[in-house]
Design a protein around this ligand. Sequence first.
Ligand code: URA
Length: 434
Amino acid sequence: MNTAELIRKKRNNEHLTKEEILFLVNGFTKNKIPDYQFSAFLMSVYFNGMSKEETSALTEAMLYSGKVLDLSSIKGIKIDKHSTGGVGDKTSLILAPIAAAAGVKVPMISGRGLGHSGGTLDKLESIPGFRTDLTLTEYKNVLKKTGAVLIGQTKEIAPADKSIYALRDVTATVESIPLITGSIMSKKLAEGIDGLVLDVKTGSGAFMQKEKDAVALANSLIDTAKAFNKKVIGFVTDMNQPLGNYIGNWLEVYESIQVLKDGKKNDLTELSLILAGAMIYLGKKAKSLDEGIETAIKILSSGKAFDKFAEIVKAQNGKTDFVIRPEKYPEPKIKEAVKSVSTGYLSEINTYELGMAAIDLGAGRKTKDDKIDPKAGIIFNYKIGDTINKNVVLAEIFSDSKTGVESAKKRIESAVKISKSKPGKPKLIKKVFI
Ligand code: URA
């Protein structure tokens, strides 16, 4: 096959065969196709898209560039959840122990913070000792023992995604539905799952800000999961404000513990229960989605999910002292308040800016090698539709370093819109695909 001919075909909006896509992906991953040719291919996919069949072929080529885990020696149905990312999105920490306590096996390969959005691995690593770099044998052992395991992508899992993603990042080809689908699904399918719950975010803190784009991505992810005979339920959910109130790594673990142990109820609790319910239903521990959600509610209020969370932390070498007594966690050096300058209703939040403010404080990376401050972040005290009085504390900020404090404060102040008329509350669940 001739690479330039295949690029021309895609440039002219013709369909590529499975063999042609495999040739391109394998050629690039094995350094036989240079960056400049693969960049041209990526850009033609960006402009012309891919059919369902092409997207599945791309996913398959990326999936088999590495190991596909065989979890058949572990009894039970294996279900994971994938979120497209947002601000304060910590549902994995709550739903994994709920679903595992219900008897579903939850093998999770998670990511780090990306752009303004946080990552599950960085959150878990704020628990002293917690290891996210388990070997694949350790991964299986923890899954077998506790029913859930949360690790990072290893060198063996979808290596094509790693090289393609790095090239997309520098060639302005990240925002392409087929390329995002191949990237996400190749990693998820490599985990050895039987089914997947998808949480596609939309709104000011999401990668897909417009609902129509989020729906298109959800459809593409669902079609691809089905092409690989995986059971799937998809949700499009709101990211016009942070999920819960806490943003930043340890702060998000802390809020998850409040939900798991102390019965805290907010939008984070609601979404975690719905997603956990979907996992329980796909894992055949309930006859319907509603029954799955009922089961999730019972498990959460019984305390079994909190016990399971502590068990998973212990199995992955984390210090459970801080899980049991989170108030003992070291205090950040700087704590400041951002106050409201007017009275009215909280009508709009630029959630992307809140995510960036948390990064300014040290909760995320500005360059690849930056070290994260696990204590850094924001507690944002209000939700859209709430009444705000002048001088109330809108947000508390935490950091060990003064460097980003002023810019974080400015970002938070400019991210918040307070109006005289009462706005409607955003709907948490915008669409369900079942
Ligand atoms: N997350 C991924 O893993 N890949 C993408 O392309 C976008 C988000």
